[in-house]
Design a protein around this ligand. Structure first.
Ligand code: UGY
Ligand code: MN
Length: 247
């Protein structure tokens, strides 16, 4: 059944948000051409990072200059060529890249309809630790490990978990019926994209049915919990800030 006029599952609260695909409105973002770009999460919402989805036309491109922002990209569908500093690689769905602050990056020659999620953050350097390095990888090559011992809730950690990196980007895959083992409440902020399947997300004291294409923002200390439901596995891609001092 189609959604009745004047209704949406989207909800933007002070400390969490659910953004359903029906409400997307495009923005013009400098450096991105021949594409529809939607800024799903950013500082205007209360977040300390940005999450964007870019849908390319053929001939589109994203060519971003070096500055104090780091970017992690995940190819949701389609493919093209990713360049980060001296790295250059043809990529397909499931590929990801990390462009550190201070390095220019580009997505060129995308096939028509290629979709890429971008997480962007102002880099927080750590005294005495070298800056993180550029990388281009493939999520299919990253092992999924049982989360806190549960083989039905598997976590793929895409970026190196070392002090150099002040962000993590992971993929969480749940068998139907699997859950986050407890209601997490933590200092780290999240930006999340449902990649496949469906389930129910608890955010603070609200429970939301969610499905592929939905985006969620969780502010620091937003109580959070998930159960996968339905006849297929559910998976989501998510961002978190990590590895920096408490004060
Ligand atoms: O890494 C995490 O904090 C993760 N367990 N959170 C989540 O999936 N909502
Ligand atoms: Mn969490």
């Amino acid at each position: 059944m189609s959604t009745p006029y004047g209704h949406t599952r989207t909800r933007v609260a002070a400390r969490h948000a659910l953004i359903a695909p029906d409400g997307h409105v495009k923005s013009s973002v400098p450096g991105i051409t021949g594409a529809t770009t939607v800024i799903l999460i950013n500082e205007a919402m209360g977040a300390k990072f940005a999450q964007l989805v870019v849908t390319f036309e053929s001939g589109g491109r994203a060519v971003l200059p070096a500055n104090d922002v780091e970017t992690c990209g995940y190819v949701m569908s389609g493919g093209g060529t990713v360049t980060v500093g001296k790295l250059k690689q043809k990529v397909a769905a499931g590929a990801f890249f990390f462009a550190p602050a201070g390095q220019a990056w580009a997505i060129t020659a995308p096939s028509r309809g290629t979709q890429v999620t971008l997480f962007q953050k102002k880099f927080a350097p750590l005294a005495g630790v070298a800056a993180p390095h550029a990388l281009i990888g493939d999520a299919k090559q990253v092992p999924g490990n049982p989360f806190l011992g549960d083989p039905d809730a598997r976590l793929q950690v895409l970026l190196p978990d070392t002090p150099a990196f002040d962000l993590a980007v992971n993929i969480f895959t749940y068998e139907s019926g699997a859950t986050l083992p407890f209601v997490e409440t933590h200092v780290m902020e999240h930006g999340l994209l449902m990649l496949s399947g469906q389930g129910v997300y608890r955010l603070e004291d609200s429970w939301y049915p969610v499905a592929a294409g939905d985006v969620i923002w969780m502010a620091p200390y937003c109580p959070q919990w998930f159960v996968a439901m339905g006849k297929t596995t559910a998976s989501y891609l998510y961002y978190k800030d990590v590895n920096r001092a408490a004060l």
